[in-house]
Design a protein around this ligand. Structure first.
Ligand SMILES: [Zn+2]
Length: 265
């Protein structure tokens, strides 16, 4: 595993690129496959920044957008995004929300011409040659609600793994561990913006990340919580591998068989 110098966006590449976008309090993780296909896991709630970033990297079309769960900080920019960018497929969470903003998403999707689907644990997708997604959570009819039904995806490229956790909390973490699938991830999108109600030590130990990214704005809910950051540092053994979007801005990585490198967004 290497951590080389920062490398610019113009560099020719055969790796999987991942950008944790600086959308304040919220989540938006953009991925580009080696075959130049774009995917977005969570949309955030800052449409101007999101759309400007997508245009800056010439992501004119998303092969798919995944909404982990129906909280505004994960989907608020969706209607604006759909007006600006072609999205071939939308993966919706198996949960709903009576908020006017979520009802607007559902209304927008009524006129949407692409494909809609929902993922459950055990479902796998091939995003591109060599890039596979495993769905780790939730199971159908889990009886859970809110953050704990966030869609959890592990994106795998060759031997590298990226774990995307939405806002799951301890009950979902226990459920994933009990499912028998080890949720190991080289890069962890830290759950629920680094909340103390997520990121339990047993789960972090099973993930065993080399890098942890916290998408947050500490001025909003005080995320990340000090206890969660301390537990991450304990597992990582190196607190410089905990990256926060409120301090770093957008955080980029490239993953391939040579290792995982940070890249300039
Ligand atoms: Zn959230």
């Amino acid at each position: 595993m290497s951590c080389g110098p920062l490398e610019g966006p113009g560099r020719a590449s055969a790796g999987l690129r991942v950008y944790f976008l600086d959308v304040g309090q919220g989540d938006a993780c953009l991925m580009r496959t080696p075959g130049n296909r774009w995917f977005l896991y969570d949309i955030g709630n800052k449409s101007e920044y999101l759309i400007a970033f997508l245009k800056s990297v010439r992501a004119d079309t998303l092969d798919a957008a995944f909404i982990s769960h129906p909280d505004l900080d994960h989907f608020g920019a969706f209607p604006a995004l759909l007006r600006e960018i072609t999205i071939k497929k939308v993966y919706l969470p198996p949960a709903t929300n009576p908020s006017p903003a979520w009802l607007e998403v559902l209304a927008v999707l009524d006129a949407y011409r692409g494909v809609k689907d929902t993922l459950f644990a055990g479902d796998t997708l091939i995003l591109d040659e060599g890039v596979r997604v495993r769905t780790l959570w939730p199971f159908p009819h889990s009886g859970l609600a809110g953050n704990d039904v966030s869609t959890v995806l592990r994106v795998e490229y060759r031997t590298r793994r990226l774990l995307l956790t939405g806002d799951i909390e301890e009950e979902a973490e226990r459920g994933i561990l009990a499912s028998g699938v080890r949720p190991q991830g080289d890069i962890l999108k830290v759950a629920h913006h680094g909340s103390r109600t997520s990121n339990g030590l047993p789960f972090l130990a099973a993930v065993a990340p080399r890098w942890a990214v916290i998408s947050c704005d500490s001025a909003v809910y005080g995320h990340p919580h000090a206890e969660a950051v301390a537990d991450l540092a304990l597992i990582l053994g190196d607190s410089t591998r905990i990256l926060r979007t409120d301090r770093e801005g957008t955080v980029g990585f490239e993953m391939d068989e040579r290792g995982i490198r940070r890249i300039e967004p």
